[in-house]
Design a binder for this molecule. Structure first.
Ligand code: NG6
Ligand code: CA
Length: 515
């Protein structure tokens, strides 16, 4: 028996053991190969603002690699992350559901996986169509089912959600554990130096930021002043795992190379690569190739680094002859922030640069810049009209749009909050959504010319505690803006248009009740 026959026999056995008809599966694979299904790459930058690219108005520094994508594809001017913070945005992208349905908020580094791995997900949807799937980069969706032992197999996680391969920063750059996780295991872990982490109390021998500020590359606020790793104090404490520690300056090479390895490994099979960057999130510790190059301090340098990483992956696609048949989506998980816990001179060195690109607010905020982010789509084989698109679109829509793109029919109730925006992804002239929900500490709704921010009734979330609540749009009365004439959201028209307030609040209630 040849190897091929042996493998095919094994596959048949496995599939029938799982109750799956062999013919269906093999047909999908065969068709995929014959028709050369398009690949999909999602670049998901962290905290990149609407104005943070030279193709979106930044003049202080240049982002030539991302700008080249904008020139070759569609540049969206009204595209949104589904939330103004990271975990909820990622949750929605991978499930097609609003984060409020699952109370998904910013997670600590020891949180359990917040996506139910028995339910449909974006990567599983790609696998149904015969794709190879990978996630390389920042995760921040939790891992394990309650208590994670970092010294054993860490699961459930991305593999259980439908990724064939994963190489992760488990939470954020500013949270422990400061190690890489490849598939189920911490990379370079020495079993004689096991890892433990805590978000409650100090553990381990490592110095901490509050006691040893002289060891720090950047000073940090109290929240970010626990265990020091690589001269950066983090949120949370970590003991052990010395050999496995990451070096922040190496991120551009480590993550980019892993993504390239994956692209090289798929060999002809269609693939979906989800590439969530650490950049330009804090701590911003760019490699010396980029440090000092933007003139705007580490935040600007991190933008250059991110641009370089994007370029390397796009170059690899070109080198492999895959670029023309790859749909690339480039965007960001929430709006910009200057000081997010580290004294890295972001504000002091900003000069004239406006990271929010003329909109009000930024990360955490209910105002536009909380979720309005750059979004660029390229697909040389299939874009009908290139150029600027003003279509209103949310990342939550990628689920249904991509299902349509690769020809997968969704199950009843799958990705309920997602709308099929494929026409807009492929045609700068196509229309977008009628209305769109934005999540922050409250819910907001865009509808026609209106932007409505629902009054906030709860207690101030802790991640807003060190920000000025007003700056983020936190008010206990309704806010209504005519975004077509007042893009800075300055004139609250709620009192003048109570019927509009009522209608938009009702619409939010209807969305909340959807199942
Ligand atoms: C906040 C952190 C902030 C950042 C954010 C997550 C504090 C005071 N602030 O809680 O530094 O890590 O979480 O950012 O701890 S996000 O882009 O991943 O949502
Ligand atoms: Ca973020």
């Amino acid at each position: 028996m040849t190897n091929k026959l042996l493998i095919s026999g094994l596959i048949t056995m496995l599939l029938s053991a799982c109750g799956v008809e062999k013919t269906n599966q093999v047909n999908i694979q065969d068709t995929a190969l014959k028709e050369k299904k398009p690949n999909v790459v999602i670049f998901y930058v962290d905290d990149l603002g609407y104005g943070d690219l030279s193709s979106y108005g930044m003049t202080a520094a240049k982002t030539p690699n991302v700008d080249a994508l904008a020139k070759e594809g569609i540049r969206f001017t009204d595209a949104h992350s589904s939330a103004a913070t990271c975990t909820p945005s990622r949750y929605s992208l991978l499930t097609g559901q609003y984060a409020f349905r699952n109370n998904a908020a910013i997670l600590p580094g020891d949180a359990p996986l917040i996506i139910d791995h028995t339910k449909p997900t974006l990567p599983k949807m790609f696998k149904r169509a015969g794709y190879k799937t990978a996630v390389v980069g920042k995760w921040h969706l939790g891992l394990g089912d309650g208590f994670v032992d970092w010294n054993k197999a860490v699961k459930p996680g991305p593999l259980e959600l439908g990724f064939d391969y994963s190489f992760l920063m488990p939470a954020t750059g500013d949270r422990v554990p400061t190690v890489y996780l490849e598939n189920h295991h911490v990379v370079n872990l020495n079993p004689n130096d096991p890892i433990t982490i805590s978000y409650e109390k100090r553990i381990g021998e490592r110095p901490v930021g509050t006691e040893s500020p002289e060891l720090l590359k950047q000073k940090a606020d109290l929240q970010h002043s626990a265990t020091i790793v690589n001269g950066i104090s983090r949120i949370g404490w970590m003991a052990g795992g010395k050999k496995a520690e990451w070096k922040d300056e190496d991120f551009p090479f480590v993550f980019t190379n892993k993504a390239i390895d994956f692209i090289q490994s798929v060999k002809g099979q269609p693939f979906m690569l989800f590439f969530p960057f650490h950049d330009i999130h804090v701590p911003r510790v760019p490699h010396k190739l980029f440090a000092g190059k933007s003139g705007m301090g580490p935040r600007g340098d991190a933008i250059l680094q991110m641009d370089w990483m994007t370029g390397r992956i796009v170059d690899e696609l070109k080198k492999q002859g895959l670029y023309e048949n790859t749909l690339i989506i480039f965007s960001s998980d929430n709006g910009p922030v200057m000081d997010d816990g580290y004294a890295d001179m972001a504000e002091e060195m900003r000069g004239d640069h406006d990271p929010a690109g003329g909109y009000r607010g930024g990360k955490y905020s209910a105002y536009e810049a909380g979720t309005r982010v750059p979004m660029i789509v390229t697909y040389p084989n299939g874009i009908k009209n290139k150029g600027d698109s003003s279509a209103l679109i949310s990342h939550i829509d990628l689920y249904k749009s991509l299902a349509q793109f690769i020809g997968v029919e969704l199950a009843q109730g799958e990705a309920i909050d997602s709308e099929n925006m494929l026409p807009a992804l492929l045609d700068a002239k196509a229309k977008g959504r009628q209305d769109m929900l934005e999540e922050s500490f409250t819910l907001s709704l865009r509808s026609g010319k209106w932007k409505y921010i629902a009054p906030f009734t709860g207690t101030t979330p802790n991640w807003l505690a060190n920000k000025t609540a007003i700056e983020n749009g936190l008010k206990t009365s309704p806010q209504l803006f005519d975004i077509s004439t007042d893009r800075q959201e300055q004139v609250n028209l709620a009192a003048e248009y109570p019927e509009v307030v009522e209608r938009l609040q009702q619409r939010i209630e209807t969305i909340k009740k959807m199942h």
